[in-house]
Ligand binder design. Sequence first.
Ligand code: C2E
Ligand code: CA
Ligand code: CA
Length: 445
Amino acid sequence: MPNTYARITLPTGSVLFEEGEPGRAAYLIMDGEIEIFLRREDGEVHLAIRRTGEIVGEMALLDAGPRSASARVACDCSLIPITEDQIQHRITQLDPILRMCLGVVLARYRDMLPLLNNAGLVRGPALPSRNRLDEDAAEMTDREAQTARMQEAIGQLVMERELRRALEKGELELFFQPIVRLDTGRLAGFEALMRWNHPERGMIPPLTFIPVAEASGLIVEITRWALNEVGRVMPEIMLAALRHPGATEGPPFVSVNVSGHDLALLDFPAMVAAMLAASGMAPESLKLEITESILMGDPKRASDTLARCRDTGMGIAIDDFGTGYSSLSYLSTLPITTLKVDRAFVQAMLGDPRSRKIVQTILRLADELTIPVVAEGIEIAAEAEALTAMGCAFGQGYLFGRPVPLAQTLTVIESYGARLGRDAAMTSEPSAIPADATPSLLKTG
Ligand code: C2E
Ligand code: CA
Ligand code: CA
């Protein structure tokens, strides 16, 4: 159920908006009734009653025109506002033809309004024909499907508001999952995976809120936060790696998932460069993970942005490889430094010869292109062994460690050091890190 803070409650008689005002919001009626009416010299003209589950004020919000009528609470109301920001982003994301049609429909509707109102004045204040039309239209559609769509929209709107608040209140957290070198078993780096530490609902997984963040455009701020957070914690990870020689294979990297919205930003490379400069993190320690779907929207812009990021030294990983609408051409045109084979293939590999063949083919292709591969979702030793035998360089999965908060990540590095450090002691110089070193002394840039 949506939280109450996202709602506004208004008592009977409150005026929600007045005819002629600019439309700054529309309202979903969660409970109660709203009367739509016109104020005229000879009195008020009643136009319609909107009830629970309906929406009011949408037209002026959509076409940024003036309110065509006034709205007043006819029976105590609980409303969820849809704001200009929320609509504006969606309108700019709309397919241009759909946007044009919407504009035409709204313009025609506005043209018809005086006629409808006049008709109402002639026939009487209740405008019965219009109300009947509404009902007929509703009956013609599948009411259950309509309700489901409405519920989904409400859920998204509420989550979007909560997510914005979560970002401001520091409820988002990065967990880190080890990525290991399969031949030595040492840590190569970590993938940063986001969690939402909700005050009432507990830990919310990213697959619940990232799609909402993407639909609303909030993902851009969320990615910015994630990148800054990586910059903030990186010195601690570096320090732990230096204190526990043998745990890692060289300086560890952290990969961050980025979306198509991020890459569409002209200033994305500059934003990442500013984060690197502020944190002192070496660009080589940062990898951007993208999925193939990113390249479907505006491939030219995405590849230009990626090229600018790569030029500064950052790594670029293709995530979930093999699951998207793969067009292999981008493998030769994009500056890719890592392929991540989706866990669906890895987990089916031992029992299904076709999945094994797919993994083998991806490994061979990547080898030809000299792109290292990370196999995702490795849960059992037999999978790791089979992948190592096939020449896969890196692995990630519960076998090596689940995603955990920063404090536990430092402990993971320590335990890898305790397990693999003896070998390292025989092959490398003793650590030159003073016992009292602090993360700020260890900036890598
Ligand atoms: P992904 O990028 O493919 O991340 C890997 C997912 O697989 C993670 O789920 C991880 O916990 C899970 N995983 C890792 N090893 C295993 C394993 O051995 N077995 C199984 N069953 N699962 C394993 P998680 O953390 O729930 O993240 C889900 C997705 O959410 C990610 O998939 C990514 O697409 C998205 N995501 C997570 N964090 C971020 C973020 O900061 N930004 C963006 N844009 N997306 C994110
Ligand atoms: Ca990923
Ligand atoms: Ca993945």
